[in-house]
Design a protein around this ligand. Structure first.
Ligand code: THU
Length: 163
């Protein structure tokens, strides 16, 4: 028996000025998307924007429901819409941010497990590493390159194949 350690890595930026113009633009699109969120139950309004390899940007926001599990996170709304509109085009980067009604979110918004799994599918489908740009309402920005850095030991499509 032995203990195995796996490391993840991500970039930490202290503010928007440090970002590339492409990432800043995408983050601003995610910020604008917050306005369309339907979040009467959590009062936590999330915006996401997806940059595709063809340069298109698709944004989305969280859509809640009185039957809570029927709602959907901003990231999946944006990723599924992008995939339905441009089924053949790989996803390059997703930016995520949020605003809460009652407090300031001062840490980057990191996606839930289900959204991470959907991001893993996008990487696998297009053989294209996904970048994530994450911010709260204020504070630092995290950039992650590759879903393996947010979903270590993920279930992989190869596992379905007979060896
Ligand atoms: N939410 C997202 O849309 N994305 C995240 O990364 C975190 C959580 C939504 C789901 C729900 O509508 C609300 O935020 C509170 O969990």
């Amino acid at each position: 028996m032995k203990q195995v350690e796996k490391t993840i890595s991500y970039w930490e930026y202290s503010d928007d000025n440090e970002l590339s113009s492409e990432d800043l633009n995408l983050l601003q699109k995610a910020e604008s998307a917050i306005d369309g969120a339907y979040a009467p139950y959590s009062a936590y309004h999330v915006g996401a924007a997806v940059l595709l390899e063809n340069g298109e940007i698709i944004s989305g926001n969280n859509q809640e429901n009185v039957a809570y599990p029927s709602g959907l996170c901003a990231e999946r709304v944006a990723l599924f819409y992008a995939s339905s509109k441009f089924p053949e085009v790989p996803v390059k980067t997703i930016a995520i941010t949020a605003k809460a009604k009652d407090f300031i979110i001062d840490k980057p918004v990191t996606p839930c497990g289900s959204c991470r799994q959907v991001m893993a599918e996008s990487e696998n489908r297009f053989h294209n590493k996904l970048r994530l740009v994450m911010k709260g309402e204020t504070g630092k920005i995290f950039i992650i390159e590759g879903v393996n850095n947010i979903l270590p030991l993920m279930f992989h499509a190869d596992e379905l194949k007979k060896k």
